[in-house]
Design a protein around this ligand. Structure first.
Ligand code: ZN
Length: 334
């Protein structure tokens, strides 16, 4: 059944964080029609319409669906030493994407993997909305000319004309976004300087750990400086799946980490409103306002008091369709 034909439904929220400014209102109701938010009112003011479904989340905090603005659906698994064949990778990446959706990530942006452009074509409620970059563009001495095995494709550009040509080729392949590797290393220059200074002061493994700590301190500092200057952040984990950074509830750890340097509201907005802006989708995603797609999640406790609550999402709706297995606990005829 097409989303547009789905029966309208009313969703009651004990508390609603609509994502417009990070504040919460008690006892709210959302009217959802054709997969979109049609109205948002105090629960008492919502007219009871016949034939619609009621989803009662009166004991929950309801927020916009989470967005991870930077990850990789590589189809990795523990013990892989080389990329498996594409069929295996695609099936694994599909399972990882599904895990993300069940964890509350209704939209993800894949910044480089061969599987994501294929998965994004699999429309339907079982996967998150996927924006895919496909191959990345990098200079001849760029950061992604990785030693083999190559987990994804980096195409070398050698000046403006070849950059244009490769970007047009990617667009012809149907990518949503073009990824460009412009720096010479995986970190920013300030991070590299901090790491180098720390390494000079230590030796061996201690030097590596000291370098990691120095990088973390530099990154925390730049986060604080940016926030003080009015910069808005989009949450992006750079998780690659597999054993090292499995996709799922752990992707929301990013919000809790942001919350160590930012107040809770902007940390939540980084994974909702501001991530939608970064993806160019603010006109349809990121907040729960009339006209927006009905992508939302519910958690038991106030995530502003404890951002790790976002790693315990109990209800997920994407484009007006309840997704989470526990969603069957909630619908009841009106
Ligand atoms: Zn990345």
């Amino acid at each position: 059944m097409a989303v547009a034909d789905a029966a309208p439904l009313t969703l009651r929220a004990g508390w609603l964080i609509d994502g417009v400014d990070g504040s919460a209102v008690p006892n709210a109701a959302l009217r959802i029609e054709g997969g979109r938010v049609a109205a948002c009112t105090p629960a008492d003011a919502m007219p009871r319409e016949r034939g619609g479904q009621l989803i009662d989340l009166s004991d929950f905090w309801v927020l916009p669906g989470l967005i991870d603005a930077h990850l990789h659906l590589w189809g990795l698994a523990a013990g892989d030493t080389a990329p498996p064949n594409m069929e295996v990778r695609l099936e694994r990446a599909r399972r990882q994407a599904r895990a993300l959706l069940l964890a509350g990530f209704t939209t993800v942006r894949d910044l480089g993997s061969p599987a994501a452009p294929l998965l994004r074509g699999e429309r339907g409620p079982s996967l998150p909305r996927i924006l895919a970059a496909g191959a990345g563009l990098t200079g001849a001495r760029g950061p992604w000319l990785l030693p083999q095995p190559a987990w994804w494709e980096a195409r070398v550009i050698r000046g403006p004309a070849s950059a244009r040509r490769e970007a047009q080729r990617l667009c012809g392949e149907g990518v949503d976004v073009v990824k460009i590797g412009a720096s010479t290393g995986p970190r920013g220059h300030d991070d590299d300087r901090a790491a180098a200074r720390a390494q000079r002061r230590s030796r061996g493994h201690d030097a590596d750990r000291a370098a990691d700590r120095a990088v973390a301190r530099a990154q925390r500092r730049s986060l604080r400086l940016g926030a003080a200057a009015g910069v808005r952040y989009a949450a992006g984990t750079d998780s690659v799946g597999g054993a090292l950074t499995p996709h799922g509830p752990g992707n929301a750890l990013e919000v809790a980490l942001l919350g160590q340097e930012l107040p809770p509201a902007p940390a939540i907005l980084a994974a909702t409103r501001d991530a939608a802006r970064a993806l160019g989708l603010a006109d349809r995603l990121g907040t729960l306002e009339p006209g927006k797609l009905a992508d939302l999640i519910a958690v038991r406790r106030d995530p502003r008091r404890d951002l790790t609550e976002l790693q315990h999402v109990e209800f997920v709706m994407k484009h007006g369709q309840p997704i989470h297995p526990r969603a069957r606990l909630f619908p009841s005829p009106s």
